[in-house]
Design a protein around this ligand. Structure first.
Ligand code: DI6
Ligand code: FE
Length: 410
């Protein structure tokens, strides 16, 4: 019989709109969990008698309780670091110039190929735990630093192992189309054909949940992206795209043709592509960490995305080159401070809309009866406090599948 637990002395922000309150605040709330699901959530005064008898009662001492965060865009599996490139860029080198000179992604590919699978697993777990210490319970992990069948397989296997080891939900994304490996220098079309073959093999091993491409001058062309997407769709795999990050390559419009789950970055997306995204139900994933760290100056078109009713998600885009951050809370603050999003938009960006970007139901970003018993327990009085402050995580505990884990022990 699964354990019946009553969680009390808390304020709940369910993010399920309630009485015109988009935050879904429930004062003096009680959450009743049965095993790994929420059986009841509401005001203490309304607690039905049949739920009052508990195997265990937990007093949360006036904490704020929210849905867990969903980080829908990360590149957690890699070795090495790129701090020296940070210095080069501060001395005036551009991200693109470093990449064209053979640095950038390729330098991380070399370090990743040299590491063992267990070293990659240990590094990725450490990074995932850092995200969990800010309330993340679901995350997407891309491949993309292996760029060969064997090394892409290792990266995707490590991503699966991270979810199993840490008890969190991991969605994997195949991003072999991240950069051209040395061994295919000057032969990008042949590399695209090869990675499409590998996609079939890795999908047969149940390692891929979605397929992504870096569609950019220093990545892959619109037509190469189309080839990769056609192979993905033939295998029944959903697609998503690094689109219009540094220039407009027509990627978002193409991704909309394939009903992509999301287009990510979007600083340079044009009006026609926004209309195409809206028609196709594509989620816009904005990545303020990369915008900030690369000192980009072109803002993503927030107002036009809002006007088109396109769901806006946010993510850390954790990677060693353009966004070496483990802080979803800082990303929420940057989304407001740099992109002029609102705090509720920022929270929806890391919950319901991030779920949509992973092909999950929006309800995964809300708390209520029937939800999985995952929630963040914070020393704060309102979710907007967590967006307002930056550089600090007031997470006390993360409850996963009904089991409480102290933030400092994650
Ligand atoms: N866009 C990015 O910002 C990252 N990947 C991508 O396609 C950068 C990855 C790296 O520099 O290692
Ligand atoms: Fe990325």
């Amino acid at each position: 019989m699964s354990e019946h637990c009553v969680w009390q002395n808390l304020r709940a922000a369910t993010l399920a709109p309630r009485d015109n309150d988009a935050w879904g605040i429930v004062e003096d709330a009680v959450i009743v969990t049965r095993g790994d699901h929420i059986a009841w959530l509401g005001e203490r005064a309304d607690l039905p008698p049949e739920f009052a008898q508990a195997d265990r009662t937990v007093d949360l001492d006036g904490a704020l309780v929210t849905p867990p965060l969903i980080d829908c865009h990360t590149h957690l599996v890699y070795a090495g670091n790129r701090a020296h490139e940070f210095e080069l860029r501060l001395e005036g080198a551009s991200y693109e110039a470093i990449s064209r000179a053979g640095g950038g992604i390729r330098s991380t590919v070399a370090a990743t190929r040299s590491a063992s699978e267990d070293e990659l697993f240990a590094l990725a777990c450490e990074r995932a735990r850092a995200l969990m210490r800010e309330g993340v319970a679901t995350l997407e992990i891309k491949s993309g630093y292996g760029l060969s069948l064997a090394h892409e397989r290792r990266s995707l296997r490590v991503a699966r192992r991270v979810g199993e080891a840490l008890g969190i939900e991991v969605k994997t994304t195949y991003l072999a189309a991240h950069a051209l490996p040395e061994e295919f220098a000057g032969r990008s079309d042949e590399y695209v054909a090869a990675l499409c073959d590998w996609m079939r093999d890795l999908h047969a091993e149940n390692l891929i949940d979605a397929v992504d491409v870096f569609c950019e001058r220093i990545g892959f062309s619109r037509e190469q992206t189309r080839i990769v997407f056609k192979h993905a769709k033939a295998l029944g795999l959903p697609v998503k795209l690094h689109a219009e990050q540094l220039s407009d390559q027509g990627g978002a419009a193409l991704a909309s043709e394939f009903s992509a789950l999301s287009c990510d970055h979007l600083e340079y997306v044009g009006d026609d592509a926004i209309a195409a995204m809206a028609r196709a139900g594509v989620v816009a994933v904005l990545l303020p960490g990369a915008y900030y760290f690369l000192r980009e100056t072109k803002l993503p078109p927030i107002e036009k995305l809002r006007a088109s009713a396109i769901p806006i998600a946010l993510a850390t885009d954790h990677n060693p080159g353009s966004s070496p951050t483990f802080s979803p809370l800082l990303m929420m603050n940057m989304a407001c401070t740099l992109f002029r999003m609102t705090p509720i938009e920022a929270w929806l960006g890391f919950t319901a809309n991030a779920a949509l970007a992973l092909g999950l139901p929006a309800e995964r970003g809300q708390l209520g009866a029937g939800s999985v018993a995952n929630f963040g327990v914070w020393s704060a009085s309102h979710p907007r406090d967590l967006v307002y402050r930056f550089g600090h995580s007031p997470l006390r505990q993360l409850v996963l599948n009904g089991q409480m884990r102290e933030a400092i022990e994650l």
